[in-house]
Design a protein around this ligand. Structure first.
Ligand SMILES: Cc1cc2nc3c(=O)[nH]c(=O)nc-3n(C[C@H](O)[C@H](O)[C@H](O)COP(=O)(O)O)c2cc1C
Length: 442
């Protein structure tokens, strides 16, 4: 297997964010190669590499690009094929625990910009937008500066490197809401509307930004593209499992000795990553962890050897999400952590659909009651039933994600909930409790 680091190689270089450093370390060489290829060849290359989206869902990137309607040779284009195409970079990074895209943009903004230019060329887009999380003023400034450098050097603008290809790149400050990371809400926000998800279909590939064909990709996805072009599909595929390959940035936070970003091939296990991060803090034991942020069902110590790639994590009952590994030890209360996450979802629910808007509100009420020692015998059933009425019934994946921490905590740590119930309520539990929660974790 090829060695990591790949995506983070330049992060330690002095003034790593400057164009001069980037160029000295092979930067923009992939762009020269890409511009000598046909756009469709690039789409095929990325398809062959097996690169899957790093924004959470793991959708194959090359396939997403191939959905953009393109004019057919010798025919007058009509409909979406005749419209402008857009590339939108999802740099909203709002998922709790996730901290890979902002460090990437701070340390190596030109790797994202180079990825954006190559990807825009591949889908024949002449306008690209980076939608960066509104609160991340530092990243916004750094991107503006790097984009300015790229324009001045002829990597952006008209006739890029004498190829005849033109691209404008806009950096846009987001609206400060988690929902604006959901790709269609992001598009609404970008268009100046309140950020709320759109009904799909039509998918953004056909009717996205301003109703025109649009590709939306995550920062890490696009920053991987120059490496695919430079190393080739076979090289990229050699990192980790065949169906979910590539170098990957894992974010470790919480009760670890050295929290931070760790790059390793897809399919690396939590046991290996914990070793890299110095382990759980001394004298304490791992209790539970999230494989991909707060929207992904918890794992426990029994999952330490699950390969962290999209398919293996799904087979073990969770989701790889954004590879945000939040670590909790035996001093942490699963009910308190779950309550905190649920408060986040209730606060961030955009209100468009009833299951998510009402359901997350009621989940907070019930969890709070339990956490404060005022729970009733029915409350655990109410939690399970409420999650069941959100999962698969909400308008977008925010609602589904809100149920993950609750259903999985009940699956692995039901006794922790029961222990918080007043003794008389514990005695009334009887057979009414549905032991197996339904939903994502079941
Ligand atoms: C509530 C919610 C928030 C999201 N936030 C982000 C985000 O901050 N960044 C991101 O890349 N994807 C986020 N996503 C996923 C995007 O909708 C989309 O799948 C992703 O940007 C596609 O890029 P990829 O194919 O490169 O993974 C979010 C999804 C949901 C439902």
């Amino acid at each position: 297997m090829p060695l990591t680091p790949v995506l983070t190689t330049r992060w330690g270089a002095e003034h790593s964010w400057r164009l001069s450093t980037y160029e000295r370390l092979d930067g923009y060489s992939a762009l020269r190669t890409a511009l000598s290829m046909q756009p469709d060849e690039l789409v095929t290359l990325v398809k062959d590499s097996g690169l899957r989206g790093r924004g959470g869902a793991g959708f194959p990137t090359g396939m997403k690009w191939s959905f953009i309607p393109q004019p057919k040779p010798g025919e007058e284009p009509t409909g979406p094929a005749a419209m402008p195409k857009y590339l939108v970079v999802n740099a909203d990074e709002g998922e709790p625990g996730t901290c890979k895209d902002l460090p990437l943009m701070m340390a190596d903004p030109h790797s994202l910009i180079e990825g954006v230019i190559i990807s825009s060329y591949a889908i024949r887009s002449k306008v690209a937008v980076i939608y960066v999380r509104g609160e991340a003023v530092h990243a916004h400034r750094r991107l503006l500066n790097a984009v300015g450098e790229a324009y001045a050097a002829g990597y952006l603008g008209t006739d890029i490197l004498g190829s005849g290809y033109d691209l404008e790149l806009i950096v846009h400050a987001g609206a400060g809401a988690y929902i604006c990371g959901e790709e269609t809400a992001l598009l609404d926000s970008l268009e100046g509307y309140r950020g709320q998800p759109r009904l799909k279909p039509p998918f953004p590939a056909v009717a996205g930004l301003y109703g025109a064909p649009t590709v939306i990709n995550n920062v890490e996805t696009l920053a991987s593209v120059p490496f695919v072009v430079r190393g080739g599909a076979e090289w990229f595929k050699a990192f980790g499992p065949e169906k979910s390959p590539g170098p990957k940035i894992y974010s470790l936070s919480g009760r670890v000795v050295r929290p931070g970003q760790y790059e390793a091939p897809m399919g690396t296990t939590m046991r290996e990553l914990l070793e890299m991060a110095g382990g759980v803090r001394p004298g304490h034991e791992l209790k539970f962890w999230t494989p991909g942020g707060s929207s992904t069902p918890y794992f426990t110590a029994e999952h330490l050897d699950v390969p962290l790639d999209f398919d293996s994590v799904a087979a073990a009952g969770s989701m790889l999400g954004t590879t945000a590994l939040m670590v909790f030890d035996e001093t942490d209360s699963i009910v308190e952590a779950t309550l905190r996450f649920t408060e986040f979802y209730a606060h961030e629910s955009c209100g468009k659909c009833t299951p998510c808007r009402e359901g997350t509100y009621w989940l907070v009420q019930v969890l709070e009651r339990i956490a404060r020692g005022r729970g009733t015998a029915q409350d655990l059933d109410v939690l399970v039933d409420t999650c069941d009425n959100i999962l698969g019934r909400s308008f977008c994946a925010l609602g589904d994600g809100a149920t993950s921490c609750i259903t999985s905590s009940l699956k692995y740590f039901k006794d922790d909930y029961v222990a918080l119930l007043p003794p008389e309520e514990q005695a009334r539990l009887g057979r009414s409790l549905r032991l197996e929660p339904v939903g994502a974790a079941s």
